[in-house]
Design a protein around this ligand. Structure first.
Ligand SMILES: NC(=O)C1=CN([C@@H]2O[C@H](COP(=O)(O)OP(=O)(O)OC[C@H]3O[C@@H](n4cnc5c(N)ncnc54)[C@H](O)[C@@H]3O)[C@@H](O)[C@H]2O)C=CC1
Ligand SMILES: O=C([O-])C1=[NH+]CCC1
Length: 369
């Protein structure tokens, strides 16, 4: 008879899952996924049940990693919440199964896994695509994802060791300077914007380091080198005209085909990377809707026998934003990281990310028991 599954609550999962362990596992699994070897990884696009009357959805995210012996599914709900609601918008449970026998070996909280693995994947995108000299990080949103992104981005990119002239000139000018210089540390500036300023202020009050609260998205993003969009928006909030050329955007929200965070200009001008091409094609409103600019094109059909008609047909003026590559394809070296361009990493979330996270948590738990 199989043993009872291990039960792990949010507090335990949060404690056991560290970014240092998680990031290399995510890099490895996303690289493998992009090779599309179904004898190694099976991960269908998430099944989604929309709960329209309550502004939410339920998603089921299974994954099988044959060589690593991981069989897993996450069940996740996302509900649009009123500002300041005590209920989390994203709630999830992760089940690990015995790959050989099929019984459940662990049931664990999926909220912490979702928060950390999503932020860790965005951080991997930033490592690859952010401008070499990134001084300003901007976070749009002040919820769970905003916080986990703040944590991992400031952990990884907080201090840059650059060399400046003894006169105190900062890093930018140094690139062209050839004198012998002292290394200095400078702090990454962080800005945050939220729909209600008091929510952004509350977000900042929980942090140790100084973060600037901005009154508008425009004020927050102008001049930013790295922008994280982690909101529940269903219409664009970030406009290409405000984005500094060469900036990197990790776009985490808008995970339904009719939701958006980024406007057409940004989506068409940036080099767009995704976590999974299939996921992006099925679920990303930022991609799917970027080509839909409906105008009415009128023309006459002069002769339909005895009548003359004027027809109006919807016409798409622009083609859809193109996906350049998957993150895994860049990690594998089959596509380049076009750091010199404005880049968007459109994240939707993948079952394999949950699977390696859950396995890591269970391994850590087992090592303690
Ligand atoms: N890519 C991925 O793997 C994942 C994506 N998500 C998505 O990330 C987004 C944020 O999720 P959580 O942080 O869990 O939610 P949350 O509810 O904790 O935070 C949402 C934030 O968005 C803001 N917001 C809500 N509606 C808005 C609107 N119309 N315009 C501007 N701001 C708005 C709220 O004020 C709040 O600051 C959601 O869209 C969620 O679906 C969540 C989990 C994983
Ligand atoms: O990957 C994930 O868990 C989710 N993506 C969007 C909402 C939840």
């Amino acid at each position: 008879m199989s043993e009872s599954p291990v039960l792990l609550n949010k507090h335990e999962v949060e404690r056991l899952l560290t970014y240092d362990d998680l990031i290399p596992r995510l890099e490895s699994v996303m690289g493998k996924f992009s090779k599309r070897d179904s004898s190694e990884i099976i991960q269908p696009v998430r099944s989604v049940v929309p709960i329209q009357q309550h502004s939410g959805f339920l998603g089921v995210m299974p994954a099988y990693l044959a060589n690593e012996g991981i069989l897993c599914t996450k069940i996740v709900t996302f509900y649009q919440r009123a500002e300041g609601s005590s209920l989390p918008s994203t709630q999830a449970t992760v089940l690990l199964f015995h790959p050989e026998h099929g019984h459940v070996t662990a049931i664990m909280d999926g909220e912490a896994i979702t928060a950390k693995r999503t932020a860790a994947v965005s951080a991997i995108s930033a490592k690859l695509f952010k401008p070499a000299l990134s001084e300003v990080l901007c976070i749009l949103g002040s919820g769970q994802q905003a916080r986990s992104h703040y944590d991992v981005f400031t952990k990884l990119f907080k201090f840059k060791e650059v060399t400046s002239m003894k006169t105190g000139n900062t890093s930018k000018s140094f690139k062209t300077c050839f004198c012998v210089c002292d290394p200095v540390l400078y702090t990454l500036q962080v800005r945050v914007w939220s729909r209600r300023k008091e929510m952004a202020q509350r977000f900042v009050n929980d942090l140790q380091d100084p973060v600037t609260v901005c009154s508008s998205v425009k004020e927050a993003v102008i001049g930013a080198d790295v922008i994280v969009t982690a909101t529940g928006a269903s219409q664009p909030i970030l406009f290409g005209e405000w984005v500094k050329p060469g900036a990197h955007i990790a776009a985490v929200g808008a995970c339904r085909p009719d939701w958006r965070e980024l406007d057409d200009v940004l989506m068409r001008e940036a080099v767009v990377y995704v976590d999974s091409r299939e996921g992006a094609t099925a679920e990303s409103g930022d991609i799917i809707l970027s080509g839909v600019c409906i105008t009415f094109h009128q023309y006459n059909i002069a002769d339909l026998g005895h009548h003359r008609h004027t027809y109006s047909t919807p016409k798409s003026l622009f083609s859809q934003a193109e996906v350049f590559a998957e993150l895994g394809e860049v990690l594998n070296g089959s596509f380049p990281a076009r750091r010199e361009k404005t880049t968007v990493f459109k994240s939707l979330g993948m079952g394999i990310q949950d699977a390696v996270s859950a396995k890591l948590v269970l391994e850590k738990w087992n090592s303690e028991h």
